[in-house]
Design a protein around this ligand. Structure first.
Ligand code: FES
Ligand code: FES
Length: 901
């Protein structure tokens, strides 16, 4: 075969000559041949837009452009957006880049637009950016940034003014320049690559034949890893449940399960056909869905789990069954949800290298310390011989709390003594990694004739897929939240998780609370309707208040802001109802719905500590060492703002060291909305600790001012001024915070969380009653966050959560084997997310840093209930299964019409 012909084209104004195969994708040419890793790859199929570049001035998906088309063309990547300073500044100012993986493409698309239309309206922005998916932001701040190019910019925060200020992120610049290093970006030259071969069957026995012929036929294939190569072939979140093999051992329990791993030169392993692998499968009848898992005589997925039951959690207070008998009104229903895919735009990615007798893993993760311990366990190494270096994380949402590439690249790099990298393809990511738990919830709720809730019963069953993952967390958290954010004296709630031959269901923003919220909010609407109460007023009547006791027997002392949320929503609610009444008629019906939520911050009834350190070096360098991984939610900025004000030094004096398990203390995982509350508190304590140390050196009072100018440290205490010589030992501060919780007894009684977030959201939708389509028009979200450390970032979290809640409500349903890419599995685009108005309620949490709680999960939880309530208001149809796809909406309307006949 002739070698490929050279191709000359311009990239960012520079002429380059490359000789790739003519069908090599432009995205790969840019990244692999030219080192321009600012162009991201999220799907390689033209679906996500993360690879968007300008080709001869027009935006294109670089993954769809073959190299053979490039000769004589001009390509602009994010690295070449020299003239886009004001656009980048607007992104920075508006908090439009969260994780940053979509940001280069968004900037390219916006540049394309602004070249044609320097002052675009919202519709033009939506049209121009419509090809780029963002899973983090909910798009609203991106739209605002593009419409505000050249607008206001942030001023640096003076000492003591960081908390509460709308500051730009401390780590945003690299995301805007394209220099940020994500999991696939920093692979060392000369690394080997690893590709996983996966089970095509949901349930199958298999045998692996002799690999020697394959190795002999493929000189670039270095080795093939199988279960026999894994020192301890089991991992899992819980110390006592390591039931998921790194590589399946003769039995595949879900489609997409890892069977063998090919390690070698990248081209060589990619060229090998799956059919070339000597793997013989004997398909078995899979256990599909909850009914099959629970059926008498159902095959057991795990020998030690009779009835395929993983775990059961429960909360019992009072006598719910008896109280329901005495209620004036009782509502009930069965509610169902499906698998939901995280769809982070960055697939799982990372690489490892052996450093002497240690292994170092660079990976996109939400939980470096858990990764360290898991990799050590799998490799039978002491944890201190494993180093996890988190790369930037291009979206997590719970999906990067479980191991993916980590043990595979670690093992391969250890055995080969060469760096080894692995990047999941999009279909692989969707088939192999965890999902939101499908749920079936039977619930009843009753109230007195005056509307006061008396009792709730809930049986929530979850499909936890093939392995344990976070199933126990969901089964434990859900019963606690089953009664909603309301005063209910009698509660009986149960959560159970069952194994099936589906992908493991794991952590996904909310840990089951979004599912149970659909149930309790639908029943609240039922009862309000039965009593003729306004739906908002009915919630207000029953809202938890300070001094109330929850179903677990926990007395809520402070920071219980649901009443304030509802009151803040009230004028919008009234206006929206009035407007809906005026506009209704015809095939398109307008509806208004409301949803409330509460969410326990942090781990459920478990120790949950975080430690942060801050150090002032001899040269005046002030460094915050934070293990609280920022996955785009802004933890880097939040902990720095908090520490800066606790210490009393301007924020821009800080530099950050984050995540690296060799350099930072364990701050716990980035999940359960805990980093602002737990690690933020640790940051506050660390800053205060260093401040005390400094003041003690010069006997200054607590109100003294600290000035750090260059390497000079000065303490000004009233009229006195003291200079401190930093030439001696570094000054350090350390803070550790573990929220005060208790374990729960057999009835679920105790204090599972130190604090709770509260929220109420209102959705306005238009429903086409003939087509069954639902179009969100407007969402108003009132959230009690305790204290908004950075209102821009808090809003961004809420807006992003709402977009995911909208997807959960209306479009997202993962079907194994069917929706394993981003054109069959739809997530909200910029055109799907309506205007969102965020109202921040600051009901300070005394335990929190400067009063703050957490907001990562709460944004998502009430959105689906509010949208379902709006559909019902528009049509009268009560949907009990999400997503509310058009055929389900139509069926519900038909059922309603039939029952009215
Ligand atoms: S990577 Fe090209 S569109 Fe997704
Ligand atoms: S900021 Fe857009 S995908 Fe994360």
């Amino acid at each position: 075969m002739n070698p490929p012909a050279p191709i000359r084209f311009r990239v960012n104004g520079r002429v380059v000559t490359v000789t790739p195969p003519p069908l090599k994708r432009l995205s790969a040419v840019l990244r692999d041949d030219l080192g321009l890793t600012g162009t991201k790859v999220g799907c390689d199929a033209g679906d996500c837009g993360a690879c968007t570049v300008l080709l001869d001035g027009a935006q294109v998906c670089a993954c769809l452009v073959p190299a053979g088309r490039l000769d004589g063309c001009a390509v602009t990547t994010v690295e070449g957006l020299d003239g886009a300073g004001v656009l980048k500044a607007a992104f920075h100012h508006h908090g439009a880049a969260q994780c940053g993986i979509c940001t280069p493409a968004m900037l390219i698309a916006a540049t394309d637009l602004l070249a044609r239309d320097p002052a675009p309206d919202e519709r033009a922005v939506r049209d121009a950016l419509g090809g780029v998916l963002c899973r983090c932001t909910g798009y609203r701040k991106i739209v605002a940034a593009v419409m505000d190019v050249g607008g206001a910019q942030h001023e640096p925060a003076a000492a003591g003014t960081a908390v509460g200020a709308r500051l730009a992120t401390v780590d945003g610049a690299a995301k805007l320049s394209g220099e940020e290093v994500f999991g696939a970006d920093g692979v060392p030259p000369g690394a080997l690559w690893l590709r996983v071969a996966r089970s095509p069957h949901a349930s199958a026995r298999f045998t692996i034949g002799d690999m020697t012929p394959l190795l002999d036929a493929n000189p670039g294939l270095a080795r093939v890893l199988s279960a026999a190569d894994v020192p301890f072939n089991g991992f899992g979140i819980y110390p006592d449940i390591k039931d998921q093999p790194v590589l399946a051992d003769g039995l595949a329990r879900y489609r997409g399960e890892a069977i063998v791993a090919l390690v070698g030169e990248r081209d060589a392993i990619e060229a090998i056909e799956e059919s070339d692998l000597p793997i013989e499968y004997e398909p078995l009848a899979p256990v599909t869905g909850l009914d099959a898992a629970m059926a008498a005589g159902a095959p057991r997925l795990h020998d030690d789990r009779p009835g395929n039951l993983l775990i059961e959690g429960r909360v019992v207070s009072g006598d719910a069954a008896g109280a329901l008998r005495d209620c004036a009104r009782v509502a009930e229903g069965i509610f169902e949800t499906g698998f939901v895919e995280h769809a982070a735009i960055e697939p799982e990615a990372g690489w490892a290298r052996r450093v002497g007798e240690r292994i170092e893993v660079h990976v996109s993760t939400q939980t470096p310390y858990m990764d360290r311990d898991e990799v050590a366990h799998v490799m039978r190494l002491p944890p201190d011989r494993v180093r996890i270096v988190p790369t930037a994380c291009g979206g997590g949402f719970g999906g990067k709390l479980d191991l993916s590439v980590q043990p595979l690249v670690a093992l391969a790099a250890w055995l080969e003594d060469r760096p080894v990298a692995c990047v999941y393809t999009r279909p692989e990511s969707m088939a192999a990694t965890t999902k939101r738990h499908p749920a079936r919830i039977r619930a009843r709720m009753g109230c007195h004739s005056d509307g006061r809730l008396q009792a709730v019963t809930a049986d929530a069953d979850f499909d936890t897929g093939a392995y344990t993952s976070w199933g126990p967390t969901v089964a434990g958290r859900v019963p606690i939240h089953a009664s909603g954010p309301y005063r209910v004296p009698h509660v009986s709630a149960r959560g159970r998780a069952f194994f099936t031959n589906a992908p493991p269901a794991g952590a996904f923003r909310g840990f089951g609370v979004p599912q149970i919220a659909i149930a309790h909010e639908a029943l609240m609407d039922d009862l309000a309707e039965a009593l003729g109460h306004d739906r908002l007023d009915f919630r207000l009547l029953n809202a938890l208040r300070p001094g109330d006791t929850t179903a677990t027997g926990q007395r809520l002392e402070a920071s219980v802001g649901l009443v304030s949320c509802l009151e803040a929503l009230r004028p919008h609610w009234r206006d929206a109802l009035d407007a809906a009444n005026e506009t209704n008629g015809g095939a398109t019906r307008r509806g208004v719905g409301i949803g409330c939520m509460w969410y326990g911050i942090g781990n459920t009834a478990l120790s949950n500590p975080s430690t942060l350190r801050v150090a002032l070096a001899a040269d005046g360098a002030l460094t915050l060492y934070s293990g609280a991984v920022d996955i785009g939610q802004g933890a880097n900025t939040i902990v720095t703002q908090i520490c800066a004000d606790a210490l009393g030094v301007p924020l821009d004096r800080f530099r950050l060291v984050t995540g690296d398990t060799d350099l930072t203390a364990d701050a716990g995982k980035t999940s359960a909305s805990r980093q602002t509350f737990v690690s933020g508190k640790a940051a506050q304590l660390a800053g205060e600790d260093l401040r005390r140390t400094i003041l003690r050196q010069v006997n200054a009072g607590p109100e003294a001012r600290i000035e750090l100018v260059g390497a000079r440290l000065r303490v000004i205490d009233g009229d006195a001024s003291h200079d401190i010589d930093l030439a001696g030992a570094a000054l350090t501060g350390e803070g550790t915070f573990d929220p005060p919780t208790t374990s729960l007894d057999d009835d679920g009684q105790g204090t599972p969380y130190a604090t709770y977030a509260f929220a109420a959201q209102m959705a306005v939708v238009d429903v086409d009653i003939e087509l069954g389509t639902v179009k969100p028009i407007h969402i108003v979200a009132a959230h009690d966050v305790g204290r908004a450390i950075n209102p821009t970032l808090v809003e961004g979290q809420i807006e992003g959560g709402i977009a995911q809640g909208l997807g959960f409500a209306l479009m997202e349903e993962y079907l194994p084997g069917q929706t394993e890419n981003l054109h069959d599995y739809l997530i909200p685009t910029i055109g799907d997310v309506p205007p969102i108005e965020v109202i921040l309620i600051e009901d300070a949490e005394p335990l929190g840093p400067f009063g703050a709680k957490g907001v990562g999960e709460p944004g998502l939880v009430p959105t689906a209930p509010a949208i379902l309530g709006a559909i019902r208001h528009a049509t009268g149809a009560r949907l009990t299964r999400v997503p509310a796809l058009p055929h389900r909406v139509r069926a519900a309307i038909r059922d309603l019409e039939a029952s009215n006949d």
